[in-house]
Ligand binder design. Structure first.
Ligand SMILES: Cc1cc2nc3c(=O)[nH]c(=O)nc-3n(C[C@H](O)[C@H](O)[C@H](O)COP(=O)(O)O)c2cc1C
Length: 358
């Protein structure tokens, strides 16, 4: 038996496991499979248009009757600064040259947009059971509308102060995202990467600070990690990296190979891929330009200058400029279908929890 049933009652899923939204790395296939396996499936919408998000939710709804989470970014959008863009292009110029690309060619690459009125209308139309946000919460008027549509609201906290802010500003569930986590740091009240606590330290302190249920995220990839999260007071877990090697993920073959070879010390936090700190398996541009660079333009504009390099390099079967978002427990991930993986994770966690109780 799960020691805490609050999320099961709230989400009405079989397991208190959230399959993490992972923009660019997964779409409907993995969401469907993870929810068929008993997790809360999360569709990353940060890089989708309204039309594409509607289409993807419709595919999910046709295939599963389980609840669904739509995930958005809610950073403050800033216009690209032409000076910084030019500086960044200059920094990347040797790579453009190497790959035979003209740095002067305008770039028209899809990038990450914050949750806005149009997406909010879509949420009102589709009424997902859950919406989750990264980088705080959206404008209060939009948040109110999402809540009025009946959505349970979740967001990530990377320090206790953020967890308290999220609770005070309307989050129904808080995801405590430890420094081990793959992908972007959800930080929004701090910019200091060096101060970010790990999951083991963060979860119990967040649990003590708020009344809403807390989901542990970061470095959890097997039954032991899930059981530990419950021991620390979490009501559930959000798991990202462990799903990346599932056949349903959209990770391209050379990136899959890099993830398969990654060890406990293969990831670092970098800002060069998008302009915001994120944890990834180190690649060439992170090693040579970063992992942290003051030249990287503000989020998400750093990704724009990299887009042509990524495309050209991937055509050669390389991931020198590709986001290899992954957490410190990437090595524990297994190559198995996501439904099976979800059930295996839940089964192993329940076995471990009953051992601990007995
Ligand atoms: C490939 C990848 C992409 C991610 N993209 C998102 C995203 O779009 N939205 C979000 O809220 N979190 C995103 N995250 C962070 C996850 O929600 C979660 O915090 C993290 O995966 C937990 O740590 P773990 O990777 O060690 O399981 C991403 C993580 C990864 C690994």
């Amino acid at each position: 038996m799960w020691p805490d049933r609050r999320l099961l009652d709230l989400f009405k899923t079989e397991f208190p496991i959230v399959q993490a939204p992972m923009a660019g790395a997964i779409d409907t296939d993995l969401v469907i499979a993870a929810s068929q396996g008993g997790a809360l499936g999360s569709l990353p919408c940060a890089m989708l248009s309204v039309e594409k998000a509607r289409e993807q939710i419709s595919i999910i709804r046709q295939r599963v009757s389980a609840p669904v989470n739509m995930n958005f970014f809610c950073h403050k959008a800033v216009d690209a600064d032409p000076n910084r863009e030019a500086q960044w292009k200059q920094r990347l110029a040797p790579y453009y040259k190497e790959l035979g690309l003209d740095p002067a060619t305008p770039i028209n690459a899809a990038n990450r947009a914050p949750f806005d009125a149009a997406m909010c209308e879509l949420v009102e139309e589709l009424k997902p059971e859950v919406v989750s946000f990264q980088f705080g919460l959206p404008d209060p008027a939009l948040l109110k509308r999402a809540k009025a549509a009946g959505c349970i609201v979740m967001s990530s906290a990377t320090i206790v102060k953020e967890a308290i802010w999220l609770e005070e500003n309307g989050a129904d569930v808080i995801i405590a995202q430890g420094a081990e986590a793959g992908g972007h740091r959800g930080m929004f009240l701090t910019e200091n990467i060096a101060e970010q606590p790990g999951t083991f330290a963060l979860v119990p302190q967040v649990v003590d600070a708020v009344k809403v249920p807390v989901i542990a995220a970061g470095g959890i990839a097997d039954g032991r990690g899930i059981a530990a999260a419950f021991a620390l007071g979490a009501a559930g877990v959000q798991i990202g990296s462990a799903y990346l090697r599932c056949p349903e993920s959209k990770v391209i073959a050379p990136a899959r190979a890099a993830l398969a070879q990654a060890l406990d010390d293969s990831t670092v936090i970098t800002n060069v891929m998008t302009g915001r700190p994120a944890r990834a398996v180190i690649n060439r541009v992170m090693r040579e330009v970063g992992p942290i660079s003051p030249d990287a333009p503000a989020f998400p504009h750093a990704a724009t200058g990299l887009a042509p390099l990524k495309q050209a390099s991937e055509r050669l079967g390389k991931v020198d400029f590709t986001n290899l978002w992954a957490g410190q427990a990437i090595r524990l991930g297994r190559e198995m279908p996501a439904a099976e993986l979800t059930r295996a994770l839940a089964g192993a966690a329940l076995a471990r929890l009953s051992q601990m109780a007995g």
